[in-house]
Ligand binder design. Structure first.
Ligand SMILES: Cc1cc2nc3c(=O)[nH]c(=O)nc-3n(C[C@H](O)[C@H](O)[C@H](O)COP(=O)(O)O)c2cc1C
Length: 224
């Protein structure tokens, strides 16, 4: 697959086969992540790569946190209230559009909506979950470097026939995740995702989110 085809093919996968991922493949993917550019080559990331029984334990813990309605401890703000109303409305309608489209896909296939609602909290039963941290001392700019590393890994995974889904939701229980994985308080979890072989039987493996037209997000300046 050439790079443009990989970019076009990648999508968030929310249903996985139970097949595990070999450490060799995982190392190759992490190598792709750490080849990403970073501000002043600071490489501010650290990766916690969780599999097997530890992954299942963590999934159960996060589902328990959700069911008990535990206090949240997100270390990265996911949404910001206030500001320009039109922008907020646009963002909120995009979120609703995605949720509605996924709910419709599930309903059309006689699947419960919990598959999506609770799925993020158990990393969609994928064999691997990855948590990326940076030192608490690092500025917001480092988040961009981490985003580049995650996307590198996701594209490399896609080229190898693996699926990924970025997970922000479960990070509302960052305190519990850190305790469970032994992540020091000096670090903050800024990103996470799951990884595995897509379940070809699930409609969630073929679901494709829409994109806005280029004309509504690009301003051409100084072009003839
Ligand atoms: C920062 C971030 C957080 C995300 N968190 C979640 C999540 O918690 N659960 C989920 O199902 N998808 C999550 N996603 C995936 C997005 O919903 C997805 O990327 C978007 O709908 C576009 O679809 P695509 O990735 O299939 O192109 C997240 C994506 C990003 C970049």
């Amino acid at each position: 697959m050439d790079i443009m085809e990989t970019i076009r093919t990648r999508r968030s996968i929310r249903a996985y086969k139970p097949d595990s991922i070999s450490k060799k493949v995982m190392e190759e993917l992490l190598q792709a992540a750490i080849m990403a550019p970073s501000g002043s080559n600071t490489q501010p990331w650290k990766f916690y790569v969780v599999a097997g029984e530890r992954k299942r334990q963590l999934d159960n813990l996060l589902l328990q946190c959700l069911d008990e309605g535990r206090e949240t401890s997100n270390e990265l703000q996911q949404f910001r209230e206030g500001g320009d109303e039109a922008v907020q409305e646009k963002m909120s309608s995009r979120r609703q559009e995605l949720t509605r489209a996924i709910f419709d896909t599930l309903r059309d296939n006689d699947l419960p909506i919990e598959v999506f609602v609770k799925g993020s909290f158990k990393y969609f039963d994928a064999p691997v979950a990855v948590f990326i941290t940076m030192d608490q001392s690092q500025a917001e700019g480092s988040l961009l470097s981490i985003g580049a590393a995650v996307e590198n890994l996701m594209l490399a995974a896609c080229a190898k026939g693996l699926g990924t889904c970025w997970i922000g939701m479960a990070l509302m229980y960052s305190k519990e995740i850190k305790q469970n994985l032994g992540i020091p308080d000096a670090e903050r979890i800024v990103s996470s995702f799951c990884l595995g072989y897509p379940d070809p039987e699930s409609p969630l493996s073929t679901f494709k989110a829409t994109r806005e037209e280029m004309s509504s997000v690009v301003e051409w300046i100084g072009w003839e």
